[in-house]
Design a protein. Structure first.
Length: 159
């Protein structure tokens, strides 16, 4: 190799090393990340709003109260009161519906027929049990347990 002339060596000495740019930081975020964060926040707020709305429904409150009745069913002495409370709960649910005026006056066989009406309605025996529970002390725990189970299905399907 030929030696470099002093002029070329002087020119080479003037050159600096190649400087790379600073690494790109994570902040500020790119617009796509801001959009993703906004979408996640909106979905979370919508989920919270829907859960809040669901918890304020008659169905949610009734199922919660029915669960409390199931818990009270373990005590033999409380069975008549649980049966009466179940009948009151079913009546309150019906009175929140659009046909409250018509259904509020029902009793006896008409009320039993109304409870058994439609998909998910009470069986004839359970409907009669619920209709008579406030007036006759309930001694049959099996009928009460069946009525509570059918009441849960009825509440879930009742509009």
């Amino acid at each position: 190799m030929t030696p470099l002339s002093p002029e070329i060596q002087a020119e080479l000495a003037k050159l600096h090393d190649i400087r790379l740019p600073e690494p790109v930081g994570w902040w500020p975020l790119a617009p796509g990340w801001w959009g993703l964060i906004a979408l996640v926040v909106l979905v979370a707020l919508a989920a919270l709003a829907l859960d809040y709305r669901r918890r304020r429904t008659v169905r949610f409150a009734a199922l919660h109260e029915l669960a409390a009745l199931k818990d009270r069913l373990g005590d033999d002495a409380a069975a008549p009161q649980v049966a009466a409370d179940l009948a009151v709960l079913v009546r309150r649910i019906v009175l929140t519906g659009p046909e409250a005026q018509r259904l509020a006056r029902m009793s006896g066989p008409d009320w039993v027929a109304e409870l058994g009406r439609g998909k998910g309605g009470f069986s004839d025996a359970s409907a009669a049990f619920v209709a008579n529970a406030p007036y006759a002390p309930a001694r049959d725990r099996a009928a009460l347990a069946t009525a509570i189970t059918e009441a849960e299905t009825w509440i879930r399907r009742h509009k």
